[in-house]
Ligand binder design. Structure first.
Ligand code: ING
Ligand code: ZN
Length: 309
């Protein structure tokens, strides 16, 4: 069953509904999905990674994708649910998806910052950070996209716990970041691509964000990003800009894509989904379907490139 009760792919689901969906979708599709808890959040909620792909006795090359690093970016979290649904419903009919899941595994972390996401549903819709206590401050949380060990807290991040871009007390001080970093380190030899989904601005970014220096694989990453943006635009005309983070959005250290890239994951991309500011983080539910459909094309384009390389 890909539609457990109360769950809808065209709505912004609550954490409780997403948690029930994770359990139900994985137990109903054991031939394509296996699930593992990679640790708990600060407030004790389980972080589930779904491994999607045809079962194999040997380790397959893989892609890791996370959604919902930032609590208020609800379209991001909606996209990971959409991706899982599409993978299940098109495996066996869509040749690109079938080949991808036969040859590779896709690790999906449907929601990274669960505590923050729950807080945006219950208390403050515009919350961005984690929900951890900070010693010596009454302010809460660190920015989980400033907390990775990549030029940590050197630019575009704040040492002030009250800031929305607080880098945390140390790299990986946030347990959610530590759990994911440990998972990627553990599976480093199989992981060929790292995709992280944010909103908004309609950008397809790649390293670096902590420096203006160009990545070693800049030309290839730019070509892949432009190809993915073109295929995304082909569906509804949505325009994306591609480029390295520092020059394309702003310099910012401690981001997950830079960290994964420096670890050795060459195909490391940050998506900034719709829109360009009309609704911003408050993207209406009516845009979930078109946004997810067009984003699927870009993700599949990147996955096909990774599969060939
Ligand atoms: N944008 C990202 C942010 O964390 C980013 C941009 C990407 C920064 C990669 C650093 C590295 O600020 C949003 N919308 O969160
Ligand atoms: Zn974000």
């Amino acid at each position: 069953d890909i539609n457990p009760r109360a769950h809808s792919y065209t709505k912004y689901n609550t954490w409780d509904t997403i948690q029930a969906w994770i359990a139900s979708i994985s137990s109903s599709n054991p031939e394509l999905i296996s699930r593992q808890v990679i640790g708990n959040t600060y407030e004790g909620r389980p972080m589930n990674v779904l491994k999607i792909g045809r079962k194999s006795s040997s380790t397959k090359p893989s892609i890791f994708m996370d959604c919902g690093i930032h609590a208020r970016e609800w379209i991001s979290t909606a996209f990971c649910q959409w991706f899982v649904k599409e993978a299940l419903s098109t495996y066996g009919t869509d040749s690109e998806m079938t080949s991808l899941l036969n040859q590779m595994d896709v690790y999906v972390l449907p929601i990274f910052n669960i505590d923050g996401y729950d807080y945006t549903h219950k208390t403050n819709r515009m919350w961005r950070k984690t929900r951890s206590a900070q010693s010596g401050s009454s302010c809460i949380g660190a920015d989980p996209n400033r907390n990775w060990n990549a030029g940590w807290c050197t630019t575009g991040a704040s040492p002030n716990p009250c800031s929305d871009t607080f880098c945390g007390s140390a790299p990986e001080s946030e347990i959610e970041v530590k759990n994911v970093a440990d998972f990627i380190r553990r599976n480093k030899s199989s992981i060929k691509a790292y995709l992280t989904i944010h909103s908004y601005s309609q950008l397809l970014l790649f390293p670096y964000s902590y420096t203006f220096a160009l990545a070693e694989h800049h030309n290839e990453l730019m070509a892949v990003a432009k190809g993915a943006s073109n295929v995304l635009r082909s569906l509804y005309g949505t325009e994306y800009t591609s480029g390295p983070g520092a020059a394309t959005i702003y310099p910012a250290a401690g981001g997950s894509d830079d960290w994964a890239y420096d670890l050795g994951v060459k195909y490391s991309f940050t998506f900034e989904l719709r829109d360009t500011g009309r609704y911003g983080f408050l993207l209406p539910e009516s845009q979930i379907k078109p946004t997810c459909e067009e984003t699927m094309l870009a993700v599949k384009y990147i996955a096909s490139h990774v599969q060939k390389n």
